[in-house]
Design a protein around this ligand. Structure first.
Ligand code: HEM
Length: 378
């Protein structure tokens, strides 16, 4: 009898209390928050594209992260801002001779101001919830460095944005294409990082492990990255304007205007004809590799990601061709930028599914009812 009661006691569920410093983590809440930050990044990408297409980016000649939050108030402050812009080469060589009025200046100022304001909003949208989740110990183990890395990328992006603007304030009448490429690619990389981390956290909420980057996923994202780089150079060099026919460029497969005099290495990053040629044809490599990724993702249960990749790449190719043939019409070029960002999301989603552990695989040590901060491995 005594033996029986001892056995019953042994079988009784052991309520192991969580150590005081460890609380329930909120992977799904954090994933949703990162999704909102990613949506804001898509919004700033579109506004940034319009800012560039309307040639508004050099209208604010200073970088005042805090006091610059407000636009000029009153006619005296507007006159000061306009006077500062009138000292830039873009005004003295382009807009001044064209007779720019203060009303026209206000329009370009507001595009740049909204762009910078969105940048501040994104910084706060990342930093404040991060501080809150961290203080309340709600961040699953292993994710804190990643979340801080994403915050650092956003902060770095502000710095890159200013360095890009500064590159157009003294000797040039527009920003340096290479700075524009750094700025745009950092934004798209940050977007990819947000999506990947959000997908990992959603998987964690479902008691599955983090995805790993596979060879196919890396190849697809690298091919897309090359295309985005040449897209950014297209934008920076205004290379979309050098030909408005398709598939031929200026009537021939290889455009006649390429300047090889400073070597192929220089031409590849600086010559608008060559950059345009590469961008319009490398797109098909991206199509091929993304189709393979979409197919593999679908085989692993990622039908949604597969559809998203197909839709985004199809739309992006059509928009690219339409942008060329319209002589870079603003709405088409802005849509091309938007769909480029959506394609990054779709491709990262596909690569994540392809690299995910088999559905239903539990994380060692994760409790059934919830993931604990400090216990669940990422
Ligand atoms: C995988 C497919 C593609 C991707 C991911 C992509 C991405 C991009 C990106 C990120 C930009 C810079 C953003 C911008 O300012 O618009 C860009 C610019 C541009 N792309 Fe593409 N692109 C693709 C295909 C194409 C194709 C097939 C064409 C034409 C045949 C094309 C034509 C252009 C043009 C003309 C621009 C410059 C637009 C401007 O100055 O605003 N793109 N692309």
């Amino acid at each position: 009898m005594a033996q029986l009661s001892a056995t019953t006691q042994d079988l009784a569920p052991i309520a192991a209390p969580a150590p005081p410093a460890i609380r329930e983590a909120n992977p799904l809440t954090i994933a949703r928050w990162l999704g909102w930050v990613a949506a804001l990044v898509v919004a700033i990408l579109v506004v940034g594209g319009i800012t560039r297409l309307t040639e508004s980016g050099l209208s604010i000649t200073e970088w005042k992260p805090v006091s610059g939050t407000l636009p000029p108030l009153g006619s005296a402050q507007w006159a000061d801002a306009f006077a500062a812009y009138q000292r830039t080469p873009q005004y003295t060589q382009v807009n001044g001779p064209a007779g720019m009025t203060i009303a026209q200046f206000k329009t370009i100022f507001y595009w740049e101001w909204v762009h910078r304001l969105l940048g501040r909003v994104i910084g706060l949208a990342m930093a404040l919830p991060l501080a809150w989740f961290w203080a309340r110990k709600r961040i699953p183990a292993g994710y804190l460095p990643r979340l801080f890395a994403l915050l650092a990328l956003i902060a770095l992006q502000g710095t890159f944005g200013w360095l890009m603007v500064r590159s157009g304030l003294s000797a040039r009448t527009s920003v340096a294409p290479q700075w524009l490429a750094v700025h745009l690619l950092t934004a798209l990389f940050t977007l990819g990082g947000l999506v990947w981390t959000a997908r990992d956290l959603s998987a964690l909420a479902d008691h599955r492990g983090a995805a790993r980057m596979t060879g196919l996923g890396a190849a697809a994202l690298a091919a897309l990255g090359v295309q985005l780089l040449f897209g950014a150079l297209m934008a920076g060099l205004r290379a979309g304007h050098v030909a408005s026919d398709w598939p031929a460029m200026q009537g021939s497969l290889i455009p006649a205007g390429i300047d090889w005099s400073r070597g192929a290495g220089f031409a590849i990053g600086h010559d608008p004809y060559l950059v345009h040629f590469i961008h319009r044809w490398w797109a098909w490599v991206v199509v091929a590799v993304l189709f393979v990724l979409a197919r593999q993702a679908k085989r692993q249960g990622g039908a949604g990601a597969s559809r998203a990749i197909h839709a985004a790449i199809g739309a992006q190719i059509l928009l690219g061709i339409a942008t060329v043939m319209s002589g870079v019409a603003l709405p088409l070029a802005a849509l091309h930028q938007l769909v480029g960002a959506l394609l990054v999301i779709a491709a990262v989603w596909g690569a994540h599914i392809f690299g995910a552990p088999i559905a239903g695989t539990r994380i060692a040590g994760a409790p059934i009812a919830g993931i604990r901060a400090g216990i669940a491995a990422p």
